[in-house]
Ligand binder design. Structure first.
Ligand SMILES: Cc1cc2nc3c(=O)[nH]c(=O)nc-3n(C[C@H](O)[C@H](O)[C@H](O)COP(=O)(O)OP(=O)(O)OC[C@H]3O[C@@H](n4cnc5c(N)ncnc54)[C@H](O)[C@@H]3O)c2cc1C
Length: 400
């Protein structure tokens, strides 16, 4: 048996960062991962450029049963703190939109940085290695792997969520919670494209690849995570709807509900319709001021208004057109599931954890950080910021 100050399970964003910080605080640290390649989610993130944080990150960008839970960790280690680290490594980056920061080069620069931070902290990294059991043992934690048994006062579960099992995702965190009688919030795929069984357009193939800015909303104030509203791009695909707008809305969507899409700003649209000069224009001509021509034609056809002059459109049809353009209500059949989701909603119930330390309230020395916790960020770098912030709070709170 080998004694060590902290065993971190999972060498992803949160696990590597936590071990590096703990190591540099003088704690002997070991990270164990079952995957052949570690940090894979970082590598594939942000289209290979890793949207590593967001300048605007605050608690309002997270879904959790307790929306205040993230505040303490985010205040202790903010996006500015992570940017300082990035600058120290001279990693070039740029802001895309709404505060999203991406590497100019490649996401592997972030992985290299984390590995270097671990090196400075003399962190041992073992992979691929399977953890066979975690047990309480004489006031310590006994972590049994295929090759060795470790004894430690601290075990950190940083095994992430269920998305993309092909690159190492597992339900390890949820299983450990079950073993130690720790409550979980039922997991659900989030930041995920939405699928439709019935055809939402006459032939969706004709529209695949089409992208346009919309206002979208999903969920309900009285539901698990409330209502989400976003102004982003919507992308039509062969399978349904995607793009940032739909990914964001998917986190708030539940089975059986409709999502609400406004293709146009209702005030501006109605103003245009009321203009005298609009009377002689066709419906298609009016719509293409706001949406791509192919979509304009489809919508005009759906209401039997294709080629019709605005002055000739009945009051009922006018209202139908306004509804279609400002409140397109469609019911997704489901999501594209764990293979296509970027994050997991739900996870370890935040009631079970101390928000300052991320330690289990029932089991001293057992920590949960990163995506396995019921904290899910909006699209845009917030999820990585949660990984860094929760890891930092944990590394500074290990039991001596
Ligand atoms: C395609 C894609 C793009 C994304 N892009 C962004 C982005 O640009 N910005 C952003 O903020 N977020 C992004 N995310 C989300 C982000 O990747 C995650 O929120 C983040 O990686 C979570 O960090 P984590 O350390 O908790 O988990 P992970 O980074 O997933 O790490 C978990 C680690 O645990 C290991 N593990 C799992 N099970 C076991 C086990 N049983 N035993 C041992 N090890 C185990 C895994 O192999 C993995 O190495 C993206 C996600 C995806 C899927």
């Amino acid at each position: 048996m080998e004694s060590i100050d902290v065993v971190v399970i999972g060498a992803g964003a949160a696990g590597l960062f936590c071990a590096g910080v703990a190591g540099q605080l003088g704690r002997s640290s070991l990270v164990i991962d079952h995957a052949q390649k570690i940090g894979e989610k970082i590598r594939i993130s942000g289209g290979g450029r890793c949207n590593f944080t967001n300048l605007l990150t605050n608690h309002q960008h997270f879904l959790s049963m307790n929306p205040h839970f993230v505040k303490s960790a985010l205040a202790r280690y903010s996006s500015q703190d992570f940017i300082e680290l990035i600058n120290k490594y001279q990693i070039a980056f740029h802001e895309k939109h709404q505060g999203q920061l991406f590497c100019d080069g490649s996401a592997t620069e972030i992985i290299d940085m984390l590995m270097h931070e671990c090196e400075i902290g003399h962190v041992q990294i073992q992979h691929p290695m399977k953890v066979q059991a975690i047990e309480a043992y004489d006031g310590l934690w006994k972590v049994s792997t295929e090759q060795k048994v470790y004894l430690s006062k601290n075990v950190v579960i940083a095994t992430g969520g269920l998305p993309v099992p092909a690159i190492g995702a597992s339900d390890f965190g949820l299983q450990i919670a079950k073993q130690f009688d720790i409550a979980i919030i039922e997991p659900r795929p989030a930041l995920v494209p939405l699928a439709f069984t019935s055809q939402i357009f006459s032939a969706i193939e004709d529209f695949a690849g089409l992208s346009t800015k919309v206002k979208i909303s999903a969920g309900h104030v009285k539901e698990r995570y409330g209502k989400g509203r976003f102004d982003e791009d919507l992308l039509i695909t062969h399978k349904g709807l995607s793009g940032p707008a739909v990914l964001q809305a998917s986190s708030y969507w539940t089975e059986g509900q409709a999502i609400d899409v406004a293709w146009v700003d209702s005030k501006i649209f109605e103003e245009l319709l009321n203009e005298e000069s609009s009377r002689s224009k066709t419906v298609d001509q009016l719509l293409i001021e706001f949406i791509p021509a192919r979509l304009a034609k489809e919508f005009a056809k759906q209401l039997d208004l294709h080629g019709k002059k605005w002055a000739e459109v009945s009051k009922t049809s006018r209202q139908q057109l306004i509804n279609l353009m400002c409140h397109w209500n469609v019911k997704p059949a489901g999501t594209l599931g764990w293979n296509k989701a970027e994050v997991m909603l739900g996870g370890i119930d935040t009631k079970e954890l101390d928000s300052k330390t991320l330690m289990s309230r029932k089991h001293p020395g057992l920590f949960f950080i990163g995506e396995c916790v019921d904290v899910t960020g909006h699209l845009g770098g917030h999820n990585f910021q949660w990984a860094w912030s929760s890891a930092y709070a944990c590394a500074h709170s290990l039991i001596n």
